[in-house]
Design a protein around this ligand. Sequence first.
Ligand code: FES
Length: 161
Amino acid sequence: MADLYDQIQAEIAKYPDRRGAILPALRHAQEHYGWLSPEAIEAVAEALDLSPARCVAVASFYDMFFLQPVGEHVVEVCTNLSCALVGSDQVLRRFEDELGVRAPGTSEDGRITLRRVECLGGCGWGPVVSVDEEYQEHFKPEDVAPLCERLRASRPTESHA
Ligand code: FES
């Protein structure tokens, strides 16, 4: 816990008002706990002198924050217009079939969380899929099974290899 406390204090030092550090503080808390659990939110709220409700309200605005527990790997499919026009819905459906869940959801073995997200900023290279925060472009339905196989075989830190 001291790590998280120190990380948040280091972020606070960069801003004239401690509340300005809310996004990096939430980020550190999520990395520490794996998701923004009530305990994680409480740690951020206390450090920034904000209410937990305020922290949840801010976090809920951004796709990058998890307000529910996630699996060891997180796969996010952009389904905004540019990606939808080049087949992101088919990609998402293939993931749902492969993992046996509807997005947002986590496979029964707890390994892979599937989420539908807003624009990932790679509109010219769609469909874009984020795999543990690493973007994959021009993703096709036939890429789904090999990716899931690789993720099932790897631990969270190995998926970027
Ligand atoms: S619409 Fe998918 S990355 Fe922008």
